[in-house]
Write a protein that binds this ligand. Structure first.
Ligand SMILES: *[C@@H]1O[C@H](CO)[C@@H](O)[C@H](O)[C@H]1NC(C)=O
Ligand SMILES: *[C@@H]1O[C@H](CO)[C@@H](O)[C@H](O)[C@H]1NC(C)=O
Ligand SMILES: *[C@@H]1O[C@H](CO)[C@@H](O)[C@H](O)[C@H]1NC(C)=O
Ligand SMILES: *[C@@H]1O[C@H](CO)[C@@H](O)[C@H](O)[C@H]1NC(C)=O
Ligand SMILES: *[C@@H]1O[C@H](CO)[C@@H](O)[C@H](O)[C@H]1NC(C)=O
Ligand SMILES: *[C@@H]1O[C@H](CO)[C@@H](O)[C@H](O)[C@H]1NC(C)=O
Length: 569
């Protein structure tokens, strides 16, 4: 009797303190969400006032830049004579407006673009940048405009964004017309590939088109976009070394590497990301096989403790020991794959660098423990916020919310000006630069918002493109749907969902987490994006078992009915 009473008392006390803690964090999340909302609108409304319908805002001079033609164009060559912008920042803001619940403004933007946007412009653009920002932004907004939430006034939307996306996709196609199928990095939207165009491109430029172009094919029924992107990706993969490594730059005519050194940062990053996300979105085993080999090679040849350096694809020998700000996306990808401990430890190092400098410097020389002499800038990049969001989704560890708070406070302290948010030119002096990149609205603000309010993701399963635009994971888009994506027993899943209002993201794309009812602590149950069908690892078929977090291998159902690797080894 006494024993039972004790247990009861203990549990009552425990529940009380847990709920107090919960309400503390809930209040904090509400407060931080509001702060991020204000950041987004400060950036957005200043863009509308001073720059729209041009591409991006110059927040210091409260003017604009038609920067779509300049993205990736470091030497600013072949700039257009007569180009007045494509409302780039508006296109990039649409999915964020939906996530923040502003359907009226979303509708206003959609209708404006429907009537006013044209791609029949004499401008040479970077295929990769235009794909992730413009094509991805339009496709994602089209899907959000037509999903069951009915965000637009009835009858006002007749697939205009999809028509625009298709028009843009068609203009992309001539760039793939090369002997290798690898696309030119640059194309003139009106006139196609320029005479004497450079044949040099990057791994990302050839290997991160499949999500947007694949989605365009699924939506229009025209297979050419997906086929072009897939052919390019396959060719790129065929150029890997015997170590399963790729270089950073290559020639689209000869199919030969130019730069043999590569890592997980600039020029390569989204290649890895898209292999994996293409597997989630389209369900082709082929993507998984490529990703799996590539991921293991990264861990083997680039990783040094929590850091990642570069290596020569031919020898695997380390080349550059540098930490670049783009690498900070990697822990987010690792969360999706299920490698939580590795994600956590790398993420922490990036947080330390952020704390040391106040923001994320573009390039830090690990071997000299100093900043790169020229790349000291911070252009409002999202990668650390992105990884923080994924890690919080996977672990629900409130520490990640504190990281989010740190990022929000730094951005408000160092980059906010009357006319918007300005990039940092030099993190040692915090001198500003007159540029508010569109990805600040598409990604930085979005991931910070989702960190504090993920209601958009509840009961839905999205993946985010490398530009932060959500695409739904639909069974109808899967060639042969791996059964593990669709819970075999919906009753069972619904019960779980109701008990703890976890988002579809944390149930399906991110690792499923369960709350230990006695100790209240978090346990990462299935670390992989494909959760065990049942939390006790019992299985009825191989497909129930998903992917093991540590080895990244597909698991099988043993004769005794438990998920494990033993059948493979
Ligand atoms: C761009 O704007 C200028 C000035 O308003 C105008 O003269 C020109 O025709 C515009 N060009 C295009 C392609 O719309
Ligand atoms: C939606 O966005 C517009 C434009 O920024 C703003 O004026 C309005 O207050 C927003 N509405 C909500 C509900 O946030
Ligand atoms: C198209 O642009 C013009 C000029 O900015 C504007 O007056 C018009 O309202 C726009 N169309 C829509 C549907 O918003
Ligand atoms: C292309 O390059 C060749 C050789 O450098 C040059 O003679 C020709 O004028 C160039 N054509 C164009 C359109 O720039
Ligand atoms: C992340 O790392 C910290 C510090 O090593 C550790 O305390 C924490 O438990 C880790 N969290 C996860 C989810 O691995
Ligand atoms: C699904 O799971 C629930 C709860 O475990 C169970 O009661 C039910 O019988 C299962 N249904 C099927 C069709 O297996």
């Amino acid at each position: 009797m006494a024993f039972h009473l004790l247990v009861l008392l203990y549990l009552t006390f425990f529940n009380l303190s847990m709920s107090q803690l919960d309400s503390h964090w809930a209040a904090k999340r509400r407060h931080m969400k509001e702060k991020v909302r204000q950041m987004f609108y400060h950036a957005y409304e200043n863009y509308l006032t001073h720059a729209f319908p041009h591409d991006e805002l110059k927040p210091l001079t409260k003017s604009f830049t038609d920067s779509l033609s300049q993205l990736g164009n470091l030497k600013l060559e072949h700039l257009p004579q007569d180009y007045n912008g494509s409302a780039l920042t508006l296109i990039e803001s649409l999915s964020s407006l939906v996530i923040m619940g502003n359907n009226t403004e979303f509708e206003r933007g959609v209708l404006w673009l429907s009537e006013n946007l044209t791609f029949d412009v004499d401008a040479r653009i970077n295929l990769f940048e235009c794909n992730i920002r413009v094509l991805g932004g339009l496709i994602s907004a089209h899907i959000l405009a037509t999903d069951s939430a009915n965000r637009l006034v009835q009858g006002s939307y007749k697939n205009q964004l999809l028509t625009l996306a298709e028009d843009l996709g068609r203009r992309f196609l001539p760039s793939f017309d090369t002997p290798t199928g690898l696309p030119y990095a640059w194309i003139n939207l009106k006139h196609g590939v320029m005479e004497n165009e450079t044949t040099e491109t990057s791994t990302s430029g050839c290997g991160s088109l499949i999500l947007e172009m694949g989605a365009l094919s699924r939506l229009t029924g025209d297979p050419r976009y997906e086929a072009a992107a897939l052919r390019s990706l396959r060719k790129l993969w065929s150029m890997r070394s015997s170590l399963n490594l790729l270089g950073t730059t290559l020639d689209v005519i000869t199919g030969e590497w130019i730069e043999y050194s590569s890592g997980i940062g600039a020029g390569v990053d989204s290649f890895y990301e898209y292999l994996f996300k293409a597997f989630v979105l389209f369900g082709k085993e082929d993507y998984w096989r490529m990703f799996h080999s590539a991921y293991l090679a990264v861990q083997k040849y680039f990783r040094h403790g929590p850091w990642y350096h570069e290596a020569d694809m031919r020898t695997g020998k380390a080349t550059y020991w540098q930490l670049t700000s783009l690498q900070a996306f990697w822990p987010g990808l690792q969360v999706l794959v299920g490698d939580i401990p590795a994600a956590n430890s790398s993420h922490r190092e990036f947080v330390h660098v952020w704390e040391k400098f106040g923001v994320q410097p573009e390039r830090y020389l690990l071997d000299h423990q100093m900043l790169h002499p020229t790349e000291k800038y911070y252009p409002l990049r999202p990668e650390l916020a992105e990884s923080t969001f994924y890690l919080y989704q996977a672990t629900k560890d409130p520490w990640y919310m504190e990281v989010g708070e740190l990022i929000v406070n730094s951005l408000n302290l160092y980059t906010k000006v009357e006319g918007g948010f300005a990039s940092i030119r030099d993190v040692t002096t915090m001198q500003m630069e007159d540029h508010q990149h569109s990805f600040f609205l598409a990604e930085t603000c979005k991931y910070l918002y989702l960190l504090f309010d993920d209601s958009f993701l509840v009961d839905r399963n999205y993946i985010f493109t490398t530009e932060g635009h959500p695409l739904p994971v639909l069974s109808s888009w899967h060639e042969r749907l791996p059964e593990t994506y669709i819970p075999t027993n919906w009753t069972f899943f619904k019960v779980q969902t109701q008990r703890r209002k976890a988002s579809a993201m944390s149930l399906q794309v991110c690792p499923a987490t369960t709350l230990n009812p006695i100790h209240g602590d978090q346990q990462v149950e299935s670390a992989c994006h494909v959760p065990d069908a049942r939390s006790d690892h019992r299985c009825f078929s191989h497909d129930d078992c998903g992917v093991d977090a540590i080895s990244c291998r597909h698991r099988s159902c043993s004769i005794a009915g438990y998920c494990g690797l033993w059948l493979y080894i």
